[in-house]
Design a protein around this ligand. Sequence first.
Ligand code: HEM
Length: 152
Amino acid sequence: MELLIDALHVLAACAWVGGSVTIVAVAVPYGRGLAPRERALMLAEIGRRWRPIGWSALALLVVTGIAAAAEHGGFADARFGRLLVAKVAVVGALLLVTGLHDFVVAPRLRRGLAAGKRPSRRATVALGWASLLLTLAAPVLGVALAAAVSGD
Ligand code: HEM
């Protein structure tokens, strides 16, 4: 059971991190060659298709992560517990920042552009980069947790 939980956790992390990095490393630079409206519409469409996959992967990460943490005694061990607090904080911030990006500011930007206005992109861009940073921090803490489990 422990192996299954860890395998699902790592596979879901691959899906979330891989998809997020692909959007930032491929779709965002491609969009820079387009006019602002086309760029926003292209990214909005990619986001619409990515969201069900990405949020399913995030949900699976939270469920399997909690199960893995419980298997290892939660906060009972001091070193593991400290790393777990850090990871839960990072993942909590990731869910908040990504939720605001995906469900509040990016749709507002898209609606503004569709209505022919020129809305600011600042909040959408800032939250997008913050989401990527937190996305990269979570697996680093995950590897540190796995090392704490094996006593390295
Ligand atoms: C509330 C959410 C989460 C919790 C409670 C959690 C907890 C854990 C725990 C306890 C481990 C160690 C598992 C073991 O060694 O048996 C782990 C490993 C890991 N986690 Fe998470 N995690 C969460 C979310 C995430 C997210 C969002 C990502 C990626 C973006 C992620 C990526 C990883 C990776 C890559 C490992 C390393 C696995 C290994 O090296 O064997 N986790 N996590």
